[in-house]
Design a protein around this ligand. Sequence first.
Ligand code: ADE
Length: 418
Amino acid sequence: MKYNVKSLKLADKGKLRIEWASEYMNVLSLIRKRFDKEKPLKGLKVACCLHVTTETANLALTLKAGGAQVSICASNPLSTQDDVAAALVKHYGIPTFAIKGEDNRTYYRHIVDAISSGPNITMDDGADVVSLIHKDRRDLVKGILGGTEETTTGVIRLRSLEKQGLLMYPIIAVNDADTKHLFDNRYGTGQSTVDGIVRATNILLSGTNFVVCGYGWCGRGVAMRARGMGANVIVIEVDPTKALEAVMDGYNVMPLREASKKGDVFVTVTGDINVLRKEHFELMKDGAIICNSGHFNVELDIPALEKMAKKKRRTREFVEEYTLRDGRRINLLGEGRLINLAAAEGHPASVMDMSFANQALCAEYVAKNHAKLAKKVYKVPDQIDKNIAKLKLESLGIKIDVLTKEQIKYLESWESGT
Ligand code: ADE
């Protein structure tokens, strides 16, 4: 079996942590049991380009239980948990190509390795596999039934490919399921981003001016949790409706140039490029901390910071201190990569449970329905989405009400008014 991981000696630790995460992934565990009996993915090769974490390992084991031949590579050079990668190889026999801190060349070589067996289903987090196949490996498309996409940034890239008429196989946008983005993006990113910042710096958040750039579901989660830790949260938004929501949610909203002078900590979660750039670095206080929790590290203009700095040194494992010519220091966390996965462990298992239940059920959906699917980006079928919410509630032991017949009839009628 081909693989490339840091060290197989880490495998036992990885296995224990994978089992720990499994305890919090009840919906995925139910799917795994059914997959084990029904084998809906029998004979199919599934290539996963995901953050290699304990939660992803449980997804991989679910796909394998369903009969799939699974291969895995990382969806970010800095998000791999090396013990998990080792356990996937040694204990579960899954070809895994991922090493935390790999350079860009290795990152892409690992993607090539993971798809080398000719996948029937691709599972992306950020659309790097689809992008690579569309650019360099079109020969593989004839074997591909469809794919899934985990994250907002990936869905945006894929919709752009679709719009240009270039998308070569169907994709299910897992990110857009309610049971994914309303929970993973909000509560997952919220908690794990704050966790990453704290683990990287050990700062007290209480009383800091904490600037959140972007008020999508991820930004909302980060703002909410930073406020919970006692920070004064400033929200930066370009969309007037979202900005207004942030105002009415009780945050300070202002242009980034103004916030640049006030902020102690800055987090980008916009999905766009060069959000924090030279004009902002020029205004920041000495000791300002900057980081990113969006998918790509382009949200911070690191090349500009490099140019502005006269000195750079690593002060802690995930902290790079840049000293500017006027003596002010700016601290960059986690090389501008997703701070929640670079310095912490990503979203906790109980929220990834729903995201990866969507992934597993969408892989099954592609396997069963590929003949009916066109070269488009599809929503997750409502039935899958609602069923995951129902199962998650059940697993939490929470019961809810159902409508009476009279109420159903009322909602379907138009006749009765005032
Ligand atoms: N994305 C964010 N957190 C994650 C996790 N724990 N596992 C896989 N992908 C993630």
